[in-house]
Design a protein around this ligand. Structure first.
Ligand SMILES: Cc1cc2nc3c(=O)[nH]c(=O)nc-3n(C[C@H](O)[C@H](O)[C@H](O)COP(=O)(O)OP(=O)(O)OC[C@H]3O[C@@H](n4cnc5c(N)ncnc54)[C@H](O)[C@@H]3O)c2cc1C
Ligand SMILES: NC(=O)c1ccc[n+]([C@@H]2O[C@H](COP(=O)([O-])OP(=O)(O)OC[C@H]3O[C@@H](n4cnc5c(N)ncnc54)[C@H](O)[C@@H]3O)[C@@H](O)[C@H]2O)c1
Length: 467
C-alpha cells in the first residue's frame, strides 16, 4: 500500500495547497470529479460567465427609462455555452495535466472516489475501474459539498428528470420555460440568467421572501423586483413532481391553495450538503457536526493529528473566497504545525450576482435588534447620490450599521448596481478597524462615482460617542 507524506482529497481550493515548501514531500491528490472543483467547473466562474451576457441581454429593460429604445432579438445559447465551457474545460484539462506532469514530480494524482477505511487509510475507487488504497501521515479534506435534492415524490425516487446547478449550464438549448425550486443564491442567479434570456421563469420558495438570510429590507426589495420580472410563488410547498409530456408538472400548495405548475425544465436549488459523510471520515476518527460538516478548530485542524479540512466540507460559509482563505491557513499550518495560524471568519462578505446585485458583510439590522446590540443605522439611497440619480435609480440602497460608541461598522448591506464592488472599502474598514467617519472623511471619493454611495452612507451615521 503506497504511503504518502500528504494526501489531499478534492482539487477545488485543495489544489492550491501543494507549493515549493512541500517539494520534498510525497503528495497524493484524489479527485472524483472535474479538476479544479466546483467554483471553476460548475459554480462561481461559469455562473458569472452567464450573468454577464444576461446583463447585456437585459440592458434594454433599463434603457427604456433613459430614452434608449433597444430590443433583444435573440440569444445564441449554444454560442454562449460553448464560449464559456470552451474556456473552462481547457483550464480543467490544463490543471490536471500540470499536476500529473513533470512539473510536479512529487505528486501522484488518483482519479477516483476516496473513502476512509481506517485511521489515515483511504480506499479509492478509480475511474478506470480499478481500486487503490493509500495511507499518509497527513490528510487535507477539501471534498466540498453537493446539491441537496429534497425528499419530494418524483424527485427523490428519480422518476422525473430534473437539473441541479451541476447540469443546468450545459443544456443543449434554451427551454421555453423553467421552474426553479428554492429561494436562495443559486435559484436567484439562475432565475436572473434565464429570465434575461427570455425564458418564462417560475420560482417556487417555501418562505415568505426570497434570499431570506439577507437583511430584511434587502430581501424585501429583491423579492419585489424579482416578482415584477418573473413568476414568484412564495409560501409555497411542492407536494410532488411528475412527468408531463416533454416537461414536468409540479403539484404545489400555497396561499391560493393547491394547483399545478407546468414547465419544460425543473431546476432544484435547495442547498448544498458537505461531502464528509461520503468520505466516511468517521473511520479515521474525524467527527461531523449536525449539518454534516467536518468539525475543525480555528487552525482548520480536525480532532485527528495531521488531518486538516477546509472549504465547503467543513465551513459554515459555502463561499470560494472562504475556501481559498482556509486553504492558505492549512498550507501554512502543514508547513508550520508548531506555529499555526488561525482562520479569520470575523467579517465574511458575500454577493448575489443578480439584477439587482446584492452584497453584504457583518450582522443584519434584525440581528442587532434581536441580540440587543447597540447600533446606529443609515440607509443611503443610490438615487440620492449623483451616479445613482443619473441612472434614475429607484429603490436601491446601501445600509450601514455601526457601533454608536466606537463608530466601527457592524454590518453592511447593499442592493443595487455593482453592490459587490461598492462595499469593498467597508469590508476593509471592518478588518482594519477604521471608524465610519474616518473612512468617509480621511480620503477622497471620486466624483461622481458609485462609490460616493459609501461616503454618503458613512456620513449619515452619528459621530462616535466614545466609551
Ligand atoms: C452554482 C454555484 C455558484 C456559486 N457561486 C459562487 C460565487 O459566486 N461566489 C462564491 O464565493 N462562491 C460561490 N459558490 C460556492 C463555491 O463554489 C464553493 O464554496 C467552493 O467552490 C468550495 O470549494 P471547495 O474547495 O471547498 O470544494 P470544491 O470546489 O467543491 O472541491 C471539492 C472537490 O472534491 C471532490 N470530491 C468530493 N468527494 C470526493 C471523494 N470522496 N473523493 C475524491 N474527490 C472528492 C469533488 O469532485 C470536488 O472537485 C457557488 C457554488 C455553486 C454550486
Ligand atoms: N454568489 C454566490 O456567492 C453564490 C452563488 C451560488 C451559490 N453560492 C453558495 O452555494 C450555496 C448553496 O446555494 P443554494 O442556493 O442551493 O442554497 P441556499 O442555502 O442559498 O438556498 C437554499 C434554498 O432552498 C430552500 N429549501 C431548502 N430545502 C428545501 C425543501 N426541502 N423544499 C423547498 N425549498 C427548500 C431554502 O429555503 C432556501 O431558500 C449557498 O449557500 C452559497 O453559499 C454562492
Amino acid at each position: 500500500m503506497p504511503h504518502f507524506d500528504l494526501v489531499i482529497i478534492g482539487t477545488g481550493s485543495g489544489n492550491s495547497i501543494p507549493g515549493p515548501e512541500f517539494d520534498d514531500w510525497s503528495i497524493a491528490i484524489v479527485e472524483d470529479g472535474l479538476f479544479g472543483g466546483t467554483c471553476l467547473n460548475v459554480g462561481c466562474i461559469p455562473t458569472k460567465m452567464f450573468v454577464h451576457p444576461a446583463e447585456l441581454a437585459d440592458a434594454a429593460r433599463h434603457g427604456r427609462a433613459l430614452g434608449v429604445n433597444a430590443q433583444l432579438n435573440s440569444v445564441d445559447w449554444p454560442g454562449i455555452r460553448d464560449r464559456i465551457f470552451g474556456r473552462i474545460d481547457a483550464i480543467e484539462a490544463g490543471g490536471r495535466r500540470y499536476r500529473e506532469g513533470p512539473e510536479c514530480p512529487n505528486t501522484t494524482v488518483f482519479a477516483g472516489r476516496g473513502r476512509f477505511t481506517g485511521p489515515k487509510a483511504l480506499h479509492i475507487d478509480l475511474h478506470d475501474g480499478g481500486t487503490s488504497s493509500v495511507t499518509a501521515d497527513r490528510f487535507v479534506l477539501a471534498a466540498g459539498s453537493h446539491a441537496v435534492v429534497p425528499d419530494i415524490p418524483g424527485l427523490a425516487d428519480g422518476t422525473v428528470p430534473f437539473h441541479t446547478s451541476d447540469t443546468i449550464m450545459r443544456l443543449d438549448r434554451l427551454p421555453a420555460s423553467i421552474a426553479i425550486l428554492g429561494g436562495g443564491y443559486i435559484a436567484a442567479e439562475f432565475a436572473h440568467v434565464f429570465s434575461s434570456f427570455g425564458v418564462a421563469v417560475t420560482q417556487i420558495a417555501r418562505g415568505a421572501r426570497l434570499l431570506k438570510s439577507q437583511d430584511l429590507d434587502v430581501s424585501a426589495q429583491f423579492t419585489k423586483e424579482a416578482a415584477a420580472r418573473y413568476q414568484v410563488l412564495l409560501n409555497t410547498k411542492v407536494g410532488g413532481v411528475a412527468k408531463a409530456g416533454d416537461g414536468v408538472e409540479l403539484q404545489v400548495e400555497g396561499p391560493d391553495g393547491q394547483h399545478a405548475i407546468k414547465a419544460e425544465l425543473l431546476l432544484v436549488a435547495t442547498g448544498r450538503r458537505p461531502n464528509g459523510a461520503g468520505l466516511d471520515v468517521g473511520k479515521t476518527g474525524v467527527g461531523l457536526d449536525g449539518h454534516g460538516r467536518v468539525v475543525v478548530d480555528e487552525f482548520q485542524r480536525t480532532s485527528v493529528d495531521g488531518i486538516y479540512a477546509l472549504g465547503d466540507v467543513s465551513s459554515r460559509y459555502q463561499l470560494k473566497h472562504v475556501a481559498n482563505h482556509e486553504a492558505r491557513v492549512v498550507r501554512h499550518n502543514l508547513a508550520h504545525p508548531d506555529a499555526p495560524i488561525s482562520s479569520d471568519h470575523r467579517f465574511v462578505p458575500a454577493a448575489v450576482f443578480c439584477d439587482p446585485q446584492i452584497a453584504s458583510v457583518g450582522i443584519t439590522e434584525a440581528h442587532a435588534v434581536k441580540a440587543g446590540i447597540p447600533h446606529a443605522v443609515k440607509t443611503q439611497l443610490y438615487g440620492d447620490i449623483a451616479a445613482g440619480w443619473a441612472r434614475e435609480d429607484t429603490g436601491h440602497f446601501l445600509k450601514v450599521i455601526a457601533d454608536p460608541a466606537t463608530g466601527l461598522l457592524l454590518g453592511v448591506h447593499a442592493i443595487g448596481p455593482e453592490a459587490a464592488t461598492v462595499i469593498q472599502p467597508l469590508i476593509q474598514a471592518m478588518h482594519f478597524r477604521q471608524t465610519a467617519h474616518d473612512v468617509a472623511r480621511k480620503q477622497y471619493w471620486i466624483h461622481p462615482a458609485l462609490s460616493e454611495l459609501v461616503e454618503n452612507a458613512l456620513l449619515g451615521l452619528p459621530e462616535a460617542t466614545g466609551r
